[in-house]
Design a protein around this ligand. Structure first.
Ligand code: MF3
Ligand code: CO
Length: 291
């Protein structure tokens, strides 16, 4: 973040105001953290009010698509039918499913059942069975703005052990969210997530994390949920990122499917659960944009 801008020049944020009357103090504050050795955000990931408004609209579609999945998901349905629900509803609302063709991904949504940690590919051969837990991960592009969130669904009679996993991961996200405020660190959130998972005897996936989002599908920062308070990137108003921990009942270790190169499984085949929300850092705390 080179600070070559003159005090009377227009601010980098596009407000049209002079730099000295806009983000100069903000940049000075960030510079202190940088000089102390902290990781600090680049201007490119700090969203303007106009961008936030566009991202919010994209998020509304993402939420509506997940609501539609929630109304229609049922035992006996194939994961391809979930993909159909997502692509139809997204199109109806004027959006584009972000996963489709993303780095070669073949479908419009990720459907991850039981021991599948994430990136499960919808298929007409995979049928939802009584007792399954499934994560449906929806991402939308609307007028060039990206949104991303996911929810868990319990199909029929789910065992108390799996139900608890699903509930605890939701709590992990809520506890992490409580830590999100400006001039604190991403690791404050990450540690809150990890502590709660560990306190319940679970483990958090290390290799796959969350991400900045909004102008691109995946932006900086990369977001860990096994991080430590006071570490990782400084949070400042205008940053948007996901809280999306993958929490396993057994080992944290995972592996990727050798055939499709996408599907991630737990190494011990024990269940895994994930919820994903999209959060904006505001002047005095946070706002949940998508869930
Ligand atoms: N939605 C996932 C996330 O939370 C990304 C999926 S990439 C895809 O980051 F290509 F598999 F869709
Ligand atoms: Co995500």
């Amino acid at each position: 973040m080179a600070n070559k801008i003159g005090r009377n020049d227009p601010c980098w944020c596009g407000s049209g105001k002079k730099y000295k009357k806009c983000h100069e103090e903000f940049d000075d504050r960030i510079a202190i953290y940088r000089s102390e050795g902290h990781i600090v955000p680049d201007h490119s990931i700090i969203k303007t009010p106009e961008q936030i408004e566009g991202i919010r609209e994209s998020c509304k579609i993402n939420i509506a698509v997940l609501d539609y999945v929630a109304e229609n998901i049922r035992e006996g349905m194939t994961t391809q039918e979930i993909d159909d629900l997502v692509s139809q509803k997204t199109a109806e609302l004027g959006g584009i499913p972000a996963p489709l063709n993303y780095e070669g991904y073949p479908k419009s949504v990720c459907t991850s059942i039981n021991e599948v940690v994430c990136h499960g590919i919808p298929s007409d051969k995979v049928v939802l069975k009584d007792g399954d837990i499934i994560n449906v991960d929806v991402s939308t592009i609307y007028k060039g703005y990206f949104s991303d969130s996911s929810r868990m669904f319990c199909i029929g009679n789910v065992s108390p052990e799996k139900k608890k996993l699903v509930e605890v991961v939701k709590e992990c996200v809520e506890l992490g969210l409580e830590k999100v405020k400006p001039w604190t660190f991403l690791g404050d959130m990450g540690q809150a997530v990890n502590d709660h998972a560990k306190a319940n005897g679970y483990s958090v996936v290390r290799e796959i994390g969350g991400h900045g989002v909004g102008l691109e599908f995946h932006e900086d920062p990369w977001v860990s949920y096994v991080s430590k308070a006071g570490e990782e990137m400084l949070l400042v108003p205008g940053m948007i990122f996901t809280i999306e921990p993958m929490v396993n009942m057994g080992t944290h270790r995972v592996y990727v499917d050798k055939e499709d190169n996408w599907t991630i499984y737990t190494a011990d085949k024990k269940p895994s659960a994930q919820w994903e929300i999209m959060v904006l850092v505001t002047e005095d705390g946070h706002e949940v944009l998508a869930y």
